[in-house]
Write a protein that binds this ligand. Structure first.
Ligand code: HEC
Ligand code: HEC
Length: 267
């Protein structure tokens, strides 16, 4: 049932969604079952425009701290906010709060690093499955090997270039070897001597959130230019273990994490 919007409905709609009105939403005149105006979303994947990784790094750090919503929100929001500014609609319609749950490896369980979850969700918003699989594989591999927080993040903190200033000293860096929050946080605590609930550890994850979002954008930019090629090389042991445990052998393991971080090799 289609009908024209009454003046009142139109005004309500445009006040509620000033950004879509400003962006000149086209498919926005359908009336839903309850008589409320609805907006039509474009088909997935959504349009991508190259972004500035350094701006996204600062947004990621800011989002981590903002409202205490943490890493997954921070990384996702950084990319979505930058896309809102670069593209506008439909990114104006997506609430970054939908990723809050990823904090601390999913509500503090120490599973997958939340900064990865947020950045990966953003990647998969703009890429088809095959592309997202490749970019996300690369991002996760990079995460396990990179010294984090990055030199750039440490510099931004020291020189007051982050949008939020909680702690301005450079922080110790290490490579986690794992995409898991628990391993990443605990190995960093061992390495740095800071406790898991310290301000320093939180700031470390804030800087890391920015670093992960920025790396995601670098990969997306490469892909947008047709220049993406993965450079991540997995640890050698992985292929060895999977010759027997992978799908061509006993087929009892489905994983790309570094096996020997948790298991001792057996004869
Ligand atoms: C030459 C084949 C082969 C390779 C290579 C291999 N495994 Fe195994 N693995 C086996 C077999 C066979 C078993 C015994 C299965 C059983 O008893 O049910 C086993 C058992 C295991 C077990 C469970 C039993 C235990 O020892 O606690 C783990 C964990 C394991 N492998 C991890 C690894 C890891 C990690 C690697 C790589 C560093 C690896 N495997 C490489 C063949 C292999
Ligand atoms: C983050 C830690 C972690 C990583 C990384 C990891 N595993 Fe495991 N794995 C475990 C845990 C925990 C179990 C379940 C407890 C157990 O049986 O040891 C397990 C179980 C297994 C088992 C069955 C053990 C049994 O008792 O029969 C095999 C085989 C195995 N893993 C192989 C691998 C291989 C191969 C890799 C690399 C692709 C790998 N794991 C990576 C933690 C890990």
């Amino acid at each position: 049932m289609k009908r024209k919007l009454t003046r009142k409905e139109f005004l309500t709609l445009t006040t509620q969604c000033a950004a879509c009105a400003a962006a000149g939403v086209v498919g926005m005149s359908l009336i839903g079952r309850e008589g409320k105006a609805q907006v039509e979303l474009p088909p997935w994947p959504w349009p991508y425009k190259k972004l500035d990784p350094e701006y996204v790094r600062k947004l990621g750090h800011q989002g981590y701290w903002e409202k205490g919503y943490g890493c997954a929100y921070g990384a996702f929001r950084a990319i979505v906010v930058a896309l809102r500014e670069a593209v506008g609609y439909p990114y104006t319609l997506i609430p970054p709060e939908m990723m809050i749950w990823g904090h601390g490896g999913v509500v503090g369980w120490g599973g997958s690093c939340g900064a990865l979850l947020g950045a990966c969700a953003a990647i998969n918003l703009v890429c088809d499955k095959q592309t997202a699989d490749q970019l996300i594989h690369e991002l996760q591999g990079w995460y396990t090997q990179a010294l984090l927080p990055s030199d750039i993040s440490n510099q931004y903190a020291q020189t007051g270039q982050f949008f939020v200033q909680k702690y301005t000293q450079p922080l110790p860096q290490n490579a986690s070897g794992s995409p898991l929050c628990h391993i990443s946080v605990t190995k960093w605590c061992e390495h740095s001597g800071f406790r898991a609930s310290s301000l320093e550890r939180k700031e470390r994850c804030g800087r890391l959130t920015g670093d992960v979002a920025a790396r995601a954008v670098e990969l997306l930019n490469q892909w947008a230019d047709g220049q993406f090629r993965g450079i991540y090389v997995p640890p050698e042991s992985l292929a060895t273990c999977l010759t027997c445990h992978g799908d061509k052998g006993m087929d009892n393991v489905k994983a790309k994490m570094n096996c020997v971080q948790c298991h001792t090799p057996h004869p």
